[in-house]
Design a protein. Structure first.
Length: 178
């Protein structure tokens, strides 16, 4: 896995061009709706995004139920969702599909304006998902969101400056009522 990440970073730094900022789509899909499959699929029903691929549909009889789906936003951004659903726990990782973006003509990264970064942080606060702790490092920013029955880590990595986003992903754990 580290080899793949290293190759992606090398490819990013050697190409030209840029991908639109994925933070708005990350907020809509991964943060606001990534806490359950029902919420993700209701977004499909409303036409907010579409499901491109379901690699392994959940098996209702097995524990844990696992699977992965690929979502495409109206902007064209693609996200991979990996999930596990136990009796009382839903766990998911939602990530921007950086590899696919690199394959579409080569990109050096994603540039997000200060306004887009501020809107993303304001959207996290406005979502009222719980207490937000922010940790900024040279490699990016992590947001830990602790809700009543939800724990979410939102990671936005950068390649030098906060505006040069190199990837974004969200890890979610939800304890469901018994």
């Amino acid at each position: 896995m580290r080899l793949i990440a290293a190759l992606a970073i090398i490819i990013i730094s050697s190409q030209v061009g840029a991908v639109a900022c994925p933070l708005d789509d990350t907020l809509k899909l991964c943060v606001l709706n990534g806490r359950s499959l029902a919420a993700l699929h209701s977004g499909v029903d409303r036409g907010d995004w579409k499901v491109d691929a379901i690699s392994s549909p959940p098996n209702a009889s097995s524990e844990p139920r696992t699977g992965s789906e690929v979502y495409t936003m109206p902007s064209g951004q693609r996200f991979a969702m990996l999930f596990r659903e136990y009796r009382n726990l839903f766990s998911a990782t939602c990530s921007f599909n950086l590899v696919l973006a690199l394959g579409k003509g080569g990109q050096e990264g994603m540039h997000c304006s200060n306004v887009e970064l501020e809107a993303f942080e304001a959207g996290l606060s406005a979502a009222s998902l719980g207490q937000i702790t922010k940790e900024r490092r040279q490699s990016g920013t992590a947001y830990l969101i602790e809700g009543q029955n939800t724990w979410m880590t939102v990671v936005v990595t950068n390649s030098g400056t906060p505006q040069d986003v190199s990837n974004a992903w969200v890890e979610t754990s939800v304890v469901k009522a018994p």
